[in-house]
Design a protein around this ligand. Sequence first.
Ligand code: PGA
Length: 265
Amino acid sequence: MRKKIVAGNWKMNLSLEEAKTLGDGLKAEMDQNKELFVDGAGSNTPEVVIFPPYVYLTGMIDLFKHHDGVSVGAQNCHHEESGAFTGEVAASMIRSVGASHVIIGHSERRSQFGEGDKLLAEKLKLALKNDLTPVYCCGEQLPEREAGQHFQVVADQLEQGVLWMEKDQAERVVIAYEPVWAIGTGKTASPDQAQEMHAHIRKLIRDSYGEQVAENISILYGGSCNAKNAGELFANPDVDGGLIGGASLKVEDFFTIIKRRKENG
Ligand code: PGA
């Protein structure tokens, strides 16, 4: 059975003090609602993953180290193993501090840092080699949707990013569908738009790797997902959770989203 996941992408936000307050707040909510999130809470218990900036990774890993329900990941990694890349961080380093996940191919990395599919495939290889769970992002721009090209754009991104992998690698990837026009804009994909794209993505996985991998792979929705709309998005059979930006910076909103995931089975 595939994992239900609620992931918080903090992006380049928060001072150290603010990050601690957010982490402490989330931990307190999880602790006060233990019956929902510890072993025995049922197969619909969502995995929670937070993605703080690199400099807060170890602090958050320490904070949640005795907490089964919360994992910590990095927002990016470099596409080489190591070397003279001033300012960059390698997948092996992320793993060595105890992080479990890494976001790869976020649209902000694609558009602002010129990261293309070939480079992203290198990052994916290194993430898997270092035992990290990659959260691979895909999604179309507004003009592409308006031109009716969104299914093809996402198919191309998956083709380059994931579908070249061996089956045992592909099944370790989490996919996040994030329509670029919905990210940070307050404009969310409708539940129907999300469901039809997620079903399309699952079909592409099925065509390449068969039913079992398709059924087991988690596909998250991202793009202005918030405490209000999370429930109707998660009610769709192919929407396995969310990659949450803005709303992950507020304990109450993020925790409400986690509860919506749990309620929707
Ligand atoms: P948003 O960001 O929830 O603020 O739209 C989502 C993301 O970029 O992952």
